[in-house]
Design a binder for this molecule. Sequence first.
Ligand SMILES: *Cc1c(COP(=O)(O)O)cnc(C)c1O
Length: 367
Amino acid sequence: MTVQISIPAQLLPHDGRFGSGPAKVRAGAVQTLADVAPAYLGTSHRRPPVKATIRRIRSGLRSLFSLPDGYEIVLGNGGSTAFWDIAAYGLIERRSRHAVYGAFGRAFVDVVRAAPHLRPADVVEAAFGEFVSLDPASGIDAYALIHNETSTGVMATPRRVPGGLMLVDGTSAAGAVPFDVEDVDAYYFSPQKAFGADGGLWITILSPAAIERSHRIAESGRSIPPFLSLTAAIARSRNDETVNTPALATLYLLDSQIGWLLDQGGVAWAARRCQATADRLYRWAGEVPYATPFVSDPSRRSPVTVTIDMTVDTQVLDTILRAHGILDTHSYRKLGRNQLRVGVWPATDPDDVERLIASIEYVVERL
Ligand SMILES: *Cc1c(COP(=O)(O)O)cnc(C)c1O
């Protein structure tokens, strides 16, 4: 079925990127990348200026997250998905416990289950759209949770569970949702969400306990595929390098976004902005008859990936929005719900979200 609806140009967002990752990349960052390209893109990653970029990323993230002494920023190739394997080989000693309240939490469990040297993962699970927290248990040396479950829009608050390393997936929260660094041992993320860059990297904050654990496991004789060696990544990162060749454009855009966030007022600024924009969407969803926030507990609603169940056909809606340059408002594919999911990141202009709402209302009134 095709529906001919033309949204008036004056209603449309100026930037139509509302995806939950990859997410909007600031035009200014792309422009400066183009400007520096002749002396940067296509140059050695073992030389300045690329090493200087990694140095700035590492020190910028230290400032952004106010890291205490002993915590380190470590990075490598492969995104958060690769870090799950790295954690399974280099951070979990024997058995981990996982809180699962969405597809990303489940994906990490699948990685751990496939690791031959680990005992089967211990899992506590909530229905999608709800939250479950982690309690301490005996025989567990690592606790895993997702700070912001991108697939469902459920947000957690990382809290230390005594007796194990805290492995926190901050992929879609880092840079936009505050947390207490003392409550995490490995807080990992990718650059293509709040950091408004391109994908391909994993970045992690490691506590002294996590660094110590990774060395102890490496020396224990466990067979670790070299590409998944966390101790190798730590050594390279300390030298402002990665184990193998990184995407230089991604590094540049990440560095640019860290500088931009620090200039704007850091994570506190980003958190206020994202929360206010997300609240606007949740309020709207509570007001119109065809929308309902998916996460019923308001305290668990994500300030960055806003999920809204709809009674109008979101496939039709998505097609019409897409034809007008409003992109990626569809729900997480494996969730299988008639749902809108809107990424509201530090780079997302709150006025564009007002325009998104106006555009959706315009379409729904004519469907
Ligand atoms: C996007 C995302 C991932 C996967 O990140 P990649 O960079 O694609 O590996 C993992 N966890 C969460 C919570 C995410 O949002």
